[in-house]
Design a protein around this ligand. Structure first.
Ligand SMILES: C[C@H](O)[C@H](O)[C@H]1CNC2=NC(N)=NC(=O)C2=N1
Length: 112
């Protein structure tokens, strides 16, 4: 399930496709069950915990590198012992398969 998503790479989104509907997003969420769909169905979010600030910042740095590699970028908040990641495709103000691919890849970066 999410292994399949983790193995995929993002496709450039030129903004010429509609966002996933809330029902489509809910179906996709089955592959990334640790993530929460927003009420408006336009983004997915997950919080992570760490033992200290350094580990949280290291996770954020790795996620930033991944985002640059994939050309698809999250919103990230973080602090001592925590990080919150939100995925949305800004160009379409909603969710795209890329967001679920990146959510699965984000899970792969998190400490077990
Ligand atoms: C040209 C560049 O690839 C695009 O602007 C990308 C960059 N990263 C992006 N990240 C996200 N989350 N949404 C986008 O629409 C987006 N567009």
């Amino acid at each position: 399930m999410s292994d399949e998503l983790q193995s995929r790479t993002c496709t450039p989104c030129r903004g010429d496709v509609p966002p996933l509907t809330k029902a489509q997003a809910q179906r996709q969420l089955a592959q990334t069950p640790a993530w929460t769909l927003s009420d408006d169905g336009r983004c997915i979010e997950r919080s992570f915990t760490f033992g200290n600030f350094k580990d949280a910042m290291s996770f954020v740095a790795k996620l930033g590198d991944l985002a640059e590699t994939e050309g698809h970028h999250p919103d990230i908040c973080f602090g001592w012992g925590w990080a919150r990641v939100t995925w949305q495709t800004k160009k379409i103000n909603g969710l795209h398969d890329n967001d679920f691919i990146m959510a699965a890849k984000t899970d792969g970066l998190a400490p077990r």
